[in-house]
Design a protein around this ligand. Structure first.
Ligand SMILES: [Zn+2]
Ligand SMILES: [Zn+2]
Length: 272
């Protein structure tokens, strides 16, 4: 089994067309490919406009039909905490993600570059990383009761530029408490993803979430799936073998696979 439900194409900020992504998925031996274009966030041109979203839906549904004998293609979307999706149809699955924080009417991305994170820390949060962390997880937790969200994307995205732990330590008790409280709130309600996206882009050497959080998720029986959040076809399976090994080492024996209607727990030994 090979599945990736978190992929971006030229309809949003990806480099390859949906067709190129589907062809690469077949070549790489994928069984399931989900498209998760960025849902419209008016302030960000990397997201899909309303018109683009209509065209994206049409194109993915055509591809789904065309590839049906080789690959299960599903129409999804990556919704943003900044702009809640008001309806789920026609999307078969929704990834909910926090990419930015607001302060006094201004919104800034937490995942754009290190300088912006430093600016927020200094100017918004009085150089107190705890406020930054608390505000981040407060934004993430907006999705707790959002029924349209199936999967919570990259739950610890706030650590994107923290590989060197210069903002805070990964095992910092305050940080771990905030992160595990968020995991508790999603346990039993949402699937969390193991996301290798920052590795392909050279920001990180391990997936989201960090291993200590993944171990905690296992203890709490939080369902997971593996995705690469890729913005090009080459990275469809970026770091998948290593991530699988990590997931196994945390004690997971199954991951969720989407069948077009629901997420089925599938034996980890079936994945490669
Ligand atoms: Zn995202
Ligand atoms: Zn994404």
């Amino acid at each position: 089994m090979r599945q990736n439900l978190h992929t971006h194409s030229t309809w949003c900020d990806g480099k390859n067309t949906t067709r190129e992504m589907a062809e690469a998925a077949v070549e790489k031996g994928f069984d399931v490919l989900g498209f998760s274009g960025h849902a419209c966030v008016p302030s960000w041109d990397g997201s899909m406009s309303v018109d683009d979203t209509r065209a994206y839906v049409r194109e993915v549904l055509e591809l789904k039909e065309e590839f049906k004998d080789r690959l299960a293609v599903y129409l999804g979307i990556e919704a943003d905490t900044e702009n809640r999706l008001l309806f789920k149809e026609p999307f078969k699955f929704v990834i909910g993600s926090c990419h930015s924080l607001a302060h006094e009417g201004v919104r800034l991305a937490v995942d754009y570059n290190r300088g912006i994170s430093e600016f927020m820390l200094e100017n918004w949060y009085r150089n107190d990383y705890r406020i930054f962390v608390r505000e981040y997880f407060r934004e993430v937790l907006k999705m707790k009761d959002w029924d349209e969200v199936d999967i919570v994307g990259h739950i610890d995205l706030i650590t994107k530029f923290n590989e060197d732990e210069s903002f805070f330590r990964f095992d910092d008790p305050f940080y771990v408490k905030e992160a595990t409280d968020a995991i508790d709130a999603f346990a039993g309600r949402k699937i969390l993803e193991v996301n290798t996206g920052a590795i392909a882009r050279g920001y990180r050497t391990s997936p989201y979430p960090a291993k200590n959080l993944l171990q905690y998720m296992k203890e709490k029986n939080v369902r997971i799936l593996l995705s690469s959040d890729c913005h090009n076809a080459r990275d469809l399976d970026c770091f998948f073998p290593e991530a699988l090994e990590l997931i196994r080492s945390c004690g997971y024996t199954s991951m969720a696979v989407f069948d077009g209607k629901e997420f089925r727990d599938t034996d980890i030994r079936e994945f490669r």
